[in-house]
Design a binder for this molecule. Structure first.
Ligand SMILES: N=CN[C@@H](CCC(=O)O)C(=O)O
Ligand SMILES: [Zn+2]
Length: 411
């Protein structure tokens, strides 16, 4: 089945196959075609061009995109979308003056979510997660990474990863799974963290690898959670099972997590709210993508990732939501793109590049996703009639999405 978009006001993010990621000043360029057409066949982009040169097509279904912009769907490379219930009460506790750390120290936070998840059946967890996945797809997300890490026992971590597997099977969106058993130390292991690390390495990882339940491995490298040494241990064990690192670092403190990530050739290092010059230096010359999560900063009232320092140092940057019940109960990539412009001083071009091309890199999907390239998946956002692409981040809070296409099909 062929699908033809005609009269597209602006076709954004046109790239050749060689574009894998964008860094430094390259992020300011957003290649586009005005008054364009685009042809889709078998779920893939076949060709595109200017309306004045449109060939005669037969037996095609046509979409009139007059006044509308067509751009690649958002790629969300960092989420915890599979979780049970919510943490609304902690939100109120924070309004009333407690900090995220104080809440975690009194048994809330990640351990609170873990307790809820352990008590929730796999079926119910699937139903709650599928609802969230459908919600983010409608908001333009066309590829998504999902982490475990609210299980913290072998059974509950496997339950989470099986739910992710079922989502992969039942939805057209590309999904990558990450094993984040090292998200927090369970209460029972408070005095013996090493025994928990052994459980992750000796019991959970082999099972996950055997059932092929994850592509990536993650750890929350942060004061009060896991140290740089723990990070070495988990990433080295992950390597034995072909689990590529994508790690939580520098959210509250800079303790050397970026350097370990780079040493293990991590695909991405995520959060980065607190960065010192050595952290930026460590990323130079590496293949590791820095990933910022501005809606987490908004919700927790913590600093925003210093995007200007990162990009102006010649580095790439990707954007993601961090969708989770504690620090970011929102999976809205449109808001993330707006926040990147408003709070991190990224230009609209930089923010769109960070949420498409660079985000695809951060999920290992550069060959199939993230740009309008012949042969790539036909994953698009078709906007409402809007004056320009800059209007998307400018009019924050309104998504301006007419429709979303995944593999050439309107969802
Ligand atoms: N920082 C670590 N993990 C999550 C939040 C976890 C939670 O509060 O439930 C994050 O990326 O923000
Ligand atoms: Zn996270």
């Amino acid at each position: 089945m062929k699908l033809l978009f005609k009269n597209i006001k602006q076709l954004l993010q046109i790239r050749d196959n060689a574009t894998i990621s964008l860094k430094g000043s390259e992020m300011k360029e957003l290649p586009k075609l005005d008054d364009a057409w685009l042809l889709v066949e078998d779920g893939k982009i076949v060709d595109f061009g200017k309306m004045e040169e449109i060939p005669a097509f037969e037996e095609v279904e046509t979409v009139d995109a007059s006044g509308k912009i067509l751009l690649p769907g958002w790629i969300d490379s960092h989420t915890h979308l599979v979780y049970a219930g919510n943490r609304e009460q902690e939100f109120v506790d924070r309004i009333n003056g407690l900090t995220y750390e104080e809440i975690a120290n009194k048994g809330g936070g990640i351990l609170n979510s873990a307790k809820k998840l352990q008590e929730t059946s796999e079926e119910e967890l699937y139903v709650q997660s599928a609802r969230r996945l459908e919600e983010v797809m409608k908001m333009g997300t066309t590829a998504i990474e999902i982490k475990s890490g609210y299980g913290l026992t072998t059974d509950a971590e496997l339950k989470m990863l099986r739910v992710i597997k079922r989502l992969k099977e039942n939805y057209p969106i590309a999904i990558k799974a990450t094993f984040l058993g090292a998200h927090a130390v369970p209460k029972e292991y408070k005095e013996n963290k090493d025994a928990y690390l052994d459980l992750l390495v000796d019991e959970m990882m082999p099972k996950i690898a055997e059932e092929q339940l994850a592509e990536y491995v993650d750890i929350f490298c942060e004061k009060g959670y896991f140290t740089v040494e723990d990070t070495h241990k988990i990433l080295a064990a992950g390597k034995k099972h072909n689990l590529i690192p994508k790690i939580h670092v520098n959210q509250f403190n800079s303790i050397g997590g970026i350097q370990v990530g780079v040493e293990y050739d991590a695909l991405s290092v995520d959060h980065l709210e607190v960065m010192n010059p050595e952290d930026i230096e460590a990323l130079k010359g590496s293949r590791t993508m820095p990933v910022a999560l501005p809606s987490c900063s908004l919700f927790l009232g913590i600093p925003y990732t210093p995007a200007r320092d990162i990009i102006d140092a010649g580095l790439p940057l990707a954007l993601a939501t961090d969708y989770n019940p504690g620090s970011t109960p929102s999976g809205n990539m449109n808001l993330v793109v707006s926040l990147a412009c408003m709070k991190m001083k990224m230009n609209p071009e930089e923010a769109i590049n960070a949420a498409t091309v660079n985000a695809a890199y951060a999920m290992g999907l550069s060959e199939t996703h993230g740009s309008v390239t012949k042969g790539k998946q036909a994953n698009f956002i078709l906007t409402e009639k809007i004056p320009s692409y800059g209007f998307l981040p400018y009019s924050f809070g309104a998504n301006h999405i007419d429709s979303v296409y995944i593999n050439g099909k309107k969802i």
